[in-house]
Design a binder for this molecule. Structure first.
Ligand SMILES: [Zn+2]
Length: 49
């Protein structure tokens, strides 16, 4: 039971990544440090809909 979610850069608000998450193992919002091509650096990306 995996849900598709998008990961949004918390700095520029661009949605750079798609991923899936299992609600049973991840009840809270995902936050990952990933490269943002808009900010041209690694930033925190947060789950969005
Ligand atoms: Zn960014």
């Amino acid at each position: 039971m995996a849900d598709k979610v998008k990961l949004e850069c918390t700095v520029c608000k661009n949605r750079n990544y798609d991923t899936t998450k299992n609600k049973k193992t991840h009840s809270e919002r995902i936050e990952l440090k990933k490269y943002c091509p808009h900010c041209k650096k690694h930033t925190v990306h947060r789950e969005t809909k």
